[in-house]
Design a protein around this ligand. Structure first.
Ligand SMILES: [Fe+2]
Length: 310
């Protein structure tokens, strides 16, 4: 069973800009560069959780999911293989780069790469925020935060992510214009959300949650100084109750920077459908309305999309 969102990796021509953006704007800590010069950021005592590799274009590379231990990883890989998923075993070079004990990876029907690992390196008391913060980030047994992908076919994606990968539905937001499904793998209301964008695959945003609301306020105060754009104004979501702002990054994807997210209990949880995403706020300024936010690419042909689903 997948236990947490552990880390994410992207490529970008502006990877170097993440040194200032990641520390000053996000409050993350710069750690050792990757072997290819990737800028790597920590948000807690885990070695690093965000890697921005140098690349010719903005590109989503991988989402890393944490498994409890080696037995769980092995059993999960066997389950994926019985569903016809082509699972690859990470070699020593990859394990060293990701700083995990064991790793397997596969792609979803549209080529979104997922890595499964256990035993990621952690150094106790190593985390120091990149800027002055009153608290740290909400991680621990809730993992890094959440990722939101755009997929060409939400029903088909739901079958893969739920039936094959075991993500559990938290709820849906369905408006006149779109439907988004939210999934949990631990107490965090969602570690993954999927939105339909016909013909395209995209990495829309990464959410980071801070422990103290003052650190959200400070991040808003810093936007001008760091040259960061507001993609959605401060608001509060109806489903996970997160108070958050969506901001630009140097690399196409947005960062949702939030506080106060809901913790769910699987024993009593019932999935609802909400007809609006937010109680208030989360308005898109005119300047951000002209483009589809996220790192988006055309989806592969439908024949390929069916390959991994029996
Ligand atoms: Fe979000």
């Amino acid at each position: 069973m997948i236990q947490e969102l552990s880390y994410v990796g992207i490529a970008s021509p502006r990877s170097e800009d993440w040194r200032a953006y990641g520390t000053r704007q996000l409050g993350a800590m710069l750690t050792d560069d990757g072997p290819d010069g990737a800028v790597r950021l920590a948000v807690d005592d885990v070695s690093y959780r965000i890697a921005v590799h140098p690349g010719e274009q903005d590109e989503f590379l991988y989402a890393g999911w944490g498994m409890a231990n080696e037995t769980d990883l092995q059993n999960f890989v066997e389950k994926l293989e019985t569903h016809g998923v082509d699972v690859h075993t990470g070699d020593a070079t990859l394990l060293a780069e990701r700083q995990v004990a064991e790793l397997s990876w596969f792609e979803d029907p549209w080529g979104i790469r997922h890595e499964l690992s256990w035993g990621k390196l952690a150094t106790p008391l190593s985390f120091t925020p990149g800027r002055t913060m009153r608290g740290g980030f909400v991680t621990g047994d809730q993992g890094l935060g959440h990722v939101v992908f755009q997929v060409p076919d939400l029903d088909e994606a739901n079958r893969f992510y739920v039936d094959v990968l075991g993500f559990r539905l938290s709820d849906r937001i369905a408006t006149d214009r779109y439907t988004v499904r939210f999934y949990h793998v631990n107490g965090r209301h969602h570690s993954l959300a999927l939105a339909e964008l016909p013909g395209y695959v995209g990495f829309n945003h990464l959410m980071l949650e801070v422990e103290n609301i003052d650190d959200l306020g400070t991040a808003i105060d810093l936007l001008d100084e760091t040259g960061t754009e507001v993609m959605q104004t401060l608001g509060r979501h109806t489903n996970d109750l997160m108070t958050s702002i969506y901001i630009s990054s140097p690399s196409g994807l947005q960062i949702e920077y939030g506080h106060g997210g809901l913790v769910v209990d699987d024993l009593s949880w019932i999935a609802r459908t909400y007809d609006q995403p937010s109680y208030w706020g989360h308005r898109r300024p005119a300047s951000s309305r002209s483009r589809v936010p996220g790192i988006v690419r055309p989806a592969p042909a439908p024949a390929d999309a069916n390959a991994a689903i029996p």
